[in-house]
Design a binder for this molecule. Structure first.
Ligand code: UDP
Length: 229
């Protein structure tokens, strides 16, 4: 089940169906947001992924405008659930202490979870990390290197581990480590997590502006103005 928005193919599963689907596949999961969709180089990467879930409220609104009744699936929640579903995982990314704390907290939370490989996200020797990851042979690999670095790393890694599921998870380890708080539930429910994060970290403003309004204008143009006009 795939929709297309601004040339990006996006799966339209609800949360539970996406989890069921992901349990039975291997390959790359992209948690897509308007920022990624504003980078033309991302199109090929996203369209070659095995599963693309609409992470942000911007993508949900965009899909609704183009006629798809889709609810967003927060990438962090999806990855957290997949950790519960998979027996072995690798966590690659974030600062060393963040990575270590996130692993500790997740092990406490999921007793059955076996974290077979952990690596911070500031390595230079990709070859070593790829080789160590291959040797550890996890079912689930979470990559928190920011975009598009994590997506490019996953493209290389999935060639070495054809049976693993890879998810690019952005800032999720920062939250799981306890170093960054997610927005309170009411902000999440209203789809205003981005606003909360921007108020807490004003330096993020330049990342969403003008990206978000431009994204919305492009979506409206695609929907209401016929091609060629
Ligand atoms: N990061 C990393 N290596 C890098 C750049 C970033 O491990 O070279 C980590 C960073 O520490 C953070 C995550 O990647 O934990 C990206 O966080 P960000 O808030 O930028 O994610 P997004 O907003 O893209 O979800």
């Amino acid at each position: 089940m795939r929709a297309e928005l601004l040339g990006f193919k996006i799966d339209t599963y609800d949360f539970e169906s996406a989890v069921e689907y992901a349990k039975n596949i291997s390959g790359q999961v992209v948690t897509i947001n308007p920022e990624m969709m504003s980078n033309p180089d991302m199109k090929e990467i996203v369209n070659s992924a095995e599963l693309v879930i609409p992470d942000g409220i911007g993508v949900e609104i965009g899909l609704r405008i183009s006629g798809h009744n889709v609810k967003r699936i927060p990438g962090i929640q999806f990855a957290h659930r997949m950790l519960q579903e998979c027996k072995s995982a690798a966590l690659i990314g974030a600062k060393l202490e963040v990575n270590t704390l996130a692993c500790e907290n997740l092990k406490k939370e999921f007793e059955d979870l076996n974290i077979v490989y952990a690596q911070d996200g500031y390595f230079k020797d990709d070859e070593r990390v790829l080789e160590e990851l291959k040797q550890s042979n996890p079912r689930l690999v979470l990559c928190a290197l920011g975009s598009p670095k994590q997506e490019l790393f996953i493209i290389e890694a999935k060639k070495l581990l054809p049976e693993a599921l890879f998810i690019g998870v952005g800032g999720s380890f920062d939250v799981w480590s306890g170093q960054v708080e997610r927005a309170p539930e009411i902000w999440q429910k209203l789809g205003l997590e981005w606003l909360y994060r921007t108020i807490k970290e004003p330096q993020r403003f330049k990342r969403i502006f003008p990206t978000l309004p431009l994204f919305m204008l492009r979506v409206l143009r695609e929907r209401f103005i016929p091609k060629g006009v």
